[in-house]
Write a protein that binds this ligand. Structure first.
Ligand SMILES: [Zn+2]
Length: 276
């Protein structure tokens, strides 16, 4: 088996979909977003030279919730595998789930007791999908895919569903959906599904908040948003592919964690350039 077929096998398996080795052969929306934010940081991360200081608990909470809605077996095995991170090691709560996971249980309850959510969240769970955009291979993984009815669903956890985020490129306030480029993610999944099944799918997002009493929302998209989101992807990803392969040198954003870490002063800037 050649390397490419080995990677294909990894990508198509539920368990090894996230294997970092696949990121060299397949684009994903998360890798694409990394390169959009900062090419230098994305490349360093891809090469294993640098790892962002992420909050491991926040990531685990998201996976904890996802595993519940995948299946009972997945949830049980997730809890068993991550017991050391889920249970508090000290304090009055010692031996019981940490506050973040008790809150995650409230978030799960907010969705699982909702009739509308249960009616929609029907289909295959954690489905890998592959295809091509901009002449390059892409991979995606769907939380829930309903092929017969032609839609897919993604679950998102967020601090506050209605919080406003400043979009500095377009100088306007946007929702967390646009801030995190979820329209792009849905548009990519939709395109990969179109290639695989030969028809158009509709994307839905169920968002649940990390507030004391979790908020929830079912979100749909007007079709023009998919097209808008995909418009610049083919050209941009070709450029990112060249950066990935060392054909073009990566640019530094100058302000991210990686750029701050590797920064060396070489002169002065005028005060007006500070917030540009
Ligand atoms: Zn940077």
């Amino acid at each position: 088996m050649d390397n490419k077929s080995k990677t294909l096998e990894l990508v198509q398996s539920k368990d090894s979909y996230y294997d970092p080795a696949t990121n060299w052969d397949y684009w994903s929306t998360s890798l694409y977003k990394d390169f959009e934010l900062c090419e230098a940081a994305a490349l360093a991360k891809l090469k294993g030279q640098w790892e962002p200081k992420s909050s491991p608990v926040a990531l685990l909470v998201g996976n904890y919730l996802h595993s519940y809605f995948e299946s009972m077996e997945s949830h049980d095995s997730f809890i068993e595998k991550n017991q050391a991170s889920i249970l508090a090691k000290s304090g009055k709560n010692k031996g019981n789930p940490k506050a973040e996971f008790r809150q995650a249980d409230d978030m799960i309850t907010a969705l699982k007791d909702d009739d509308f959510f249960n009616a929609v969240y029907q289909g295959d769970k954690e489905v890998p999908v592959i295809g091509q955009i901009g002449g390059l291979d892409w991979k995606g993984k769907l939380d829930c895919l309903n092929v017969d009815k032609g839609y897919f669903v993604d679950l998102k956890t967020v601090d506050d569903i209605h919080k406003r985020h400043w979009d500095d490129v377009n100088k306007r306030w946007v929702s967390f959906i646009e801030d995190r480029e979820y329209v792009l993610q849905m548009a990519v999944y939709r395109e990969l599904l179109r290639q695989e099944y030969g028809k158009d799918f509709e994307a839905f997002i169920f968002a649940v908040s990390k507030q004391d009493q979790p908020d929830k929302c079912a979100i749909r998209f007007e079709p023009f948003r998919y097209e808008e989101a995909l418009e610049e992807v083919p050209n941009k990803v070709k450029h990112f592919e060249d950066v990935k392969n060392g054909v073009i040198a990566p640019t530094n954003c100058g302000t991210c964690e990686y750029c701050r870490m590797t920064k060396e002063l070489s002169g002065f800037i005028e005060v007006a350039d500070l917030i540009d």
